[in-house]
Structures are given as C-alpha cells and as structure tokens.
Design a protein around this ligand. Structure first.
Ligand SMILES: [Zn+2]
Ligand SMILES: [Zn+2]
Length: 491
C-alpha cells in the first residue's frame, strides 16, 4: 500500500499561519481528515484545522500539548466520523524526518487515537519553507503501531503543488532525451511533472494523444482506464491503432506504444480494463494525483466530477462539438473546450458538460437499449459523434496545456480559465475565474472523500458485456495453446 495526504491551499495556509511563528519557536495543532482509499494508495484528505485554545498547549522550550486538547479533538472527530492528524513545525527547511521524541510521542498518540476513532493517526511536519512530510501510524498484526511514510503531500489550489518524499519518489536524473524539456522550465519543475501519477480515463482519439504526450514529456507513471476495444471506425482517430489492432483492447495498444516512446527512467504504465463508473475502475482512479477525462459518456463525467471535488484530484476535461448542415454536405461549426474541474473552479455539471437526467438514463441501462436510442433526437448528446483527428489533436494539446499551467505554474499563472476554440472563425474564448452555481452540490462535497455518503458507481452493462467477450476469447486462446502444448509433448 502507498500513502499520501491531500488538502486545499486554504487549509495549507491556515496550518502554516499557525505553525510558522514569528518568534521562530516550534508549534503544533490538530486537524481532521476523511479517508480517500484507492486501490493501492490510501490518502488522508485533511479538511479542518483545530487550533489549540488557551491552556491546551505550551510553546516555550519543547512544544507540547495538554491532554484536554487531545480529548476535545477526539470528541470532534467522533462527531464527524473523521480521522485525526497531528501537525507540528520544525525550524529547518525541506522535507523533515522525525526526532526520537517526535516518534515516541506520535506512537503513543497513535494508540489512543486508533482506539477512539478506528482510524490511523496521521503525523505531519512542516519545514520553515512550507514543505510537508507525513506518515500514517498503522496498527500491525501484533498490536504495535508502525509509521508508514507518505510518498507525497498534495496541496491543491489554482496550482497543484506536491511535496514528494524523496526516499520513496527520488528526484529524477537529468537525461539527454529530455534536454530540451528540462531547459524549458528547469530541473525542479520538470521533476515535479515527471513524478506525477496521471490517470487517463478513456482512450479514444483525445486520450491516446494525451497518453503519448505525457510519456514523451517524461511522466513516469501513467494509468490507462478503458474497457473498450478498437473498431474499424476508430482508425481515423486513435493514435497508434492500425487495422491489425481491430478487436484488441485500447489499453493494450496504447500501453505498448507509449512504452516505446516514454523518456522517463522506470516508466510504468498500468492497464485498467474497467469503466470509471464501476467500483473497481473508480478505486483505481483514486490512486492518481490528477486525471484526464477523455470520456464521451455523461455518467463517467459525473463520477469524475465527484472525484475532483470529493477527493481533491483535479480532472482535466474537454469536449468537441461538430455541427453540419441538414444534408451533411458542409461543416457549420466545430468547437472544442478544455477546462479543469477542481475546488475553486467551475465543476463539469455547472459547465454543462453533463446533465443529471441523461446520467440517470445511462445508469438505468438505457444507452444499451436500441429502442431508447432510436427514440432520441438526432441532435441528442449521445448521438452526436462527428469528429476529425485534427480536432482531437488540438483538444488534446489544449488539455495538456491546462495540466502544464497547473503544475509548472509559469510566472505564477496556474489557472488560465476555460478555453473554447472555434474552428470556423479561428478564435478562442476564455472564461476566467468562473465558479460553481450557488446550488451546486459538488461544492458541498469538497474533501469529503469516502465520508461523502454519495455513491455514484454501479453496474456498467456495456463494460461487462465487453469484458465477458474478452474473457471467452482468452479462454479459447488458452485452450488452443494447451492443445498445441500437449501435441508437442507427445512427439
Ligand atoms: Zn519534531
Ligand atoms: Zn458546480
């Protein structure tokens, strides 16, 4: 299992304001967190600061707190069904290790906190230059509390700042293959980009181009999430696919190709043949630092939107709309939009990227029902599928630029707003600083993680159908090869 901590920049500033004192003394406080448990990574999403009151801690000499402070925090945590984080500061810079006293006191606290809340204590240390280190204190089989270092602490605002634990995710070395990329923004920013764990949901035309770009730019960990396979009609748009690939899984084709073009050392690509709307695909996505939404179905978009706010995993999304005249002899419009759904920015529902009533039709299996599809207007969102490789190329590029703004933060600009490009006029509109509608439910879900009480995943009939078909094909291949093998043994 991997471990991590995430919080918004607002929470970060509140902690820092309290912990980094003008008199240079160390200080401490508590926070509350909600679990965001992915398939292979557990994240503590810290959402509240609980400042000490008068007579709850002493600052001079070695900083310490009194038992009434911890008792009050446990009471608050139990009320909110939350975990407890303990935070303190060190007067040194960079990623902080723990002193003997730190270890002993957190170990002791871990036992009390786990017995009360059933959740591990999360310990965090901030340096004097606002870098965090963090650990989970987990009860072992023998009842001993052991610390498990987090690989990163993520601070999400307009920009995505990640403090990496270099023992677990070492600084990438400079490579000749990436000389031009490194020289564009320097070693630090390139190292942050390379250590990001990026998930790409949907490997159609846009997703396959995004995957190739990330691999070439040196991103070392890419997770491909798609259950579908290549059909003949995809060949005009899916990068890397050719006629020999018809019938093969999209994840297979893309993974094989980007492994060849990847420039990072120890490049890892994971293939997840589930839909994001299935619990298994959803949990795989929660392991990522950032997600690309390259899907065309509304339910998938709704789940991704939920992940962006509830789990603090920014989702880069886009869409292409092509308009033709009645007899389909001329193009009347082609527009594509790129934006990021993340707390403080407008969500995908408020951007009209999906509509809840269409989502419920999809959840009820209507998209697999031909009579339902035939009954829809030709302009309905699920029937509009005109697209051209060049349009996808441009959109994929705009989505990657959104990622780069957020992570590289050039000249301090990390939020360029929603971009909308119009092919016919060659103009681009930019909608800066948009926020959600007043009644948007997603803003109520920020940092709630697994405690949101919302479940959007379910049975995806299309994904199940395709997987069972593949399982049968694989069984046949297995049977065939074992027959051959027997023959070989005989002779
Ligand atoms: Zn310390
Ligand atoms: Zn919204």
């Amino acid at each position: 299992m991997r471990y991590g901590v995430a919080f918004t920049d607002k929470i970060h500033f509140n902690f820092i304001k309290h912990l980094l004192r003008d008199d240079g003394q160390e200080d401490l406080c508590f926070g509350l967190w909600n679990p965001g448990y992915g398939k292979n990574k557990h994240t503590a999403i810290v959402y509240k600061v609980i400042y000490p009151k008068k007579n709850e801690r002493k600052v001079h000499g070695n900083v310490g707190f009194l038992s009434n402070y911890l008792e009050r925090v446990i009471g608050l945590a139990l009320k909110e069904n939350a975990g407890i984080a303990f935070l303190h500061s060190h007067p040194h810079s960079g990623w902080q290790n723990m002193s003997y006293v730190d270890k002993k006191s957190e170990e002791r606290m871990a036992k009390i906190i786990f017995s009360a809340t059933d959740l591990p204590l999360i310990g965090l240390t901030s340096s004097n230059n606002e870098i965090w280190s963090a650990r989970f204190w987990i009860k072992s089989k023998h009842g001993v509390y052991k610390k498990h270092w987090c690989e990163s602490v993520k601070i999400l605002g307009n920009s995505l700042i990640i403090n990496y634990n270099e023992n677990l995710l070492p600084l990438p070395r400079f490579k000749e293959e990436l000389r031009r990329t490194f020289s564009a923004w320097g070693h630090d920013k390139q190292s942050n980009l390379m250590r990001l764990k990026v998930g790409i949901v949907g490997l159609g035309s846009v997703g396959s181009i995004v995957a190739e770009s990330l691999a070439r730019m040196g991103v070392a960990n890419i997770k491909l999430i798609d259950f579908d396979y290549i059909k003949r009609k995809n060949l005009d748009r899916c990068l890397h696919a050719n006629s020999n690939d018809i019938g093969k899984l999209k994840t297979e084709i893309v993974a094989e190709s980007i492994s060849k073009s990847a420039t990072a050392d120890n490049f890892k690509v994971l293939k997840i043949n589930y839909s994001i709307v299935e619990e298994k695909g959803f949990r795989e996505a929660l392991d990522c630092d950032i997600l690309f939404s390259c899907v065309d179905r509304p339910w998938a978009r709704q789940v991704l939107n939920f992940i962006a706010y509830s789990y603090l995993i920014p989702v880069i999304d886009g869409g292409i709309i092509v308009g033709t005249n009645k007899d389909k002899t001329d193009l009347t419009g082609a527009d594509w939009k790129a934006h990021i759904a993340s707390p403080g920015r407008r969500c995908l529902e408020c951007l009209n990227q999906f509509n809840s009533s269409v989502v419920s039709a999809e959840m009820n299996g209507k998209f697999e029902d031909l009579s339902y599809i035939n009954s829809l207007d030709d302009n309905h969102v699920i029937k509009r599928n005109e697209n051209v490789f060049a349009f996808s190329l441009s959109l994929a590029s705009m989505e990657i630029m959104q990622l780069l703004s957020m992570v590289i933060n050039p000249c301090g600009v990390s939020n360029v707003g929603r971009q909308n490009y119009h092919f016919v006029t060659g103009k681009m509109d930019v909608d800066e600083g948009g926020i959600c509608n007043n009644d948007c439910p997603y803003t109520q879900l920020i940092a709630k993680g697994d405690n949101s009480g919302v479940k959007l995943t379910g049975k995806d009939l299309k994904a199940e159908k395709i997987r069972s078909k593949y399982l049968n094909i694989n069984k046949n291949i297995l049977y065939f090869t074992s027959k051959l093998f027997n023959k070989f043994i005989k002779y």
